[in-house]
Design a protein around this ligand. Sequence first.
Ligand code: BG6
Length: 476
Amino acid sequence: MAESIFPADFLWGGAIAANQAEGAYLEGGKGITTVDMIPHGKDRMAVKLGVEKRFALRDDEFYPSHGAIDFYHRYKEDIALMAEMGFTVFRTSIAWSRIFPNGDEQQPNAAGIAFYRDLFSECKKYGIEPLVTLCHFDVPMHLVREYGSWRSRKMVEFFTHYARTCFEAFDGLVKYWLTFNEINIMLHSPFSGAGLVFEKDDNKEQVKYQAAHHELVASALATKIAHEVNPENQVGCMLAGGNFYPYSCRPEDVWAALEKDRENLFFIDVQARGAYPSYARRLFKEKGIVVEMEPGDSDILKDTVDFVSFSYYASRCASADMNDNNSNAANIVKSLKNPYIEASEWGWGIDPLGLRITMNMMYDRYQKPLFLVENGLGAKDVVNEKGEINDDYRISYLREHIKAMGEAIEDGIPVMGYTSWGCIDLVSASTGEMSKRYGFVYVDRDDQGNGTLARTRKKSFHWYKKVIASNGMDLD
Ligand code: BG6
């Protein structure tokens, strides 16, 4: 029998995030976070971008994160479903405000620690490795109100204290860690990405890159602490990935695509290579940015990550003439529409070869193992009269992307694993919808929060189980 191109220890699984799945937003002593302030509906984007300051909840709005899919109470049932598919890895995040409700306390909240110990132990019971993000789009609101979130250097202290607390509390249960989810998204969606809210006279670029510096220092320190607590710990950075293609071979378009790629890769350049990239100097000069650094920061940044993780949904396209009117946000990052590829119902381009291109570019640049920690198709599912969900479109998307990842492995790239996004339906980060579904498991809940929350296996559930059992050989 032919051998799989996927290594024998390749990790197969799925990914969720605390704020999009757990719900129970004030239970177990949890504090309120940025994402809890982001409503469903017309004001959502303005709040996410940090242009509308929303520091108090309103009675007339629906907040999808508050109940989400109630993973907080149902995680045992959900992990059992993941185990049934044969998962060997499960990616989730810790809600910072379950551990430190305000974010600046010295002592952690015991109920928060207990919840995650139980959750990770449940994974281990089935031989599933947890892959844990420390911050996935949720900063405690107290830190936003009191310190301006990542504008403040104090955040480095709060985050590293939180990180150390987690590494120590979950030692022996978790060895794969990510510091910040899609760290580059803070440039594109500053409030949801980093808790940033803007004042009228702010130089937004200045605020964002100063905050980025604080996150990068915090990430490097957390990486160092993780290794001190347990040398077995492996820490990754996390990029919202997808290469920019030049819209044409006009040199100006090629240059525009290169600049757009650099905008996102800036973060990973620091986290994986240990220093600011050479192009940063000119970028900052042209944007009028002066990043305040403390003596010793450049040494701190030398603590690089063990692996580079990334999400990939779509490739992107840029030209020199790109502007807000001719571009669209696919996964928050603005892109021109690529006429050569199909798009999802939400306009996200479907491009499996783009995944292979992205992976090759990343490995050429970083020479560190890659981990594809998010990939999938957001689509509307229909439950038929027999109660089945026949999501062939999702199977087809995943099949083609897994094949492309296999090609990247054949290209010589070490890949640690694959966690498809939203392995169980959850709240969409961009739109707040439940109807934008990614899961192998259907959750009965609608965009307004109605439904029984019952879980149902989709057709893709049975398909993915075969993929895992065959180590990626059986994709039919
Ligand atoms: C990534 C995020 O941006 O894409 C996830 O890390 C998010 O939190 C995912 O859910 C898919 O995006 P969306 O907007 O379809 O939920």
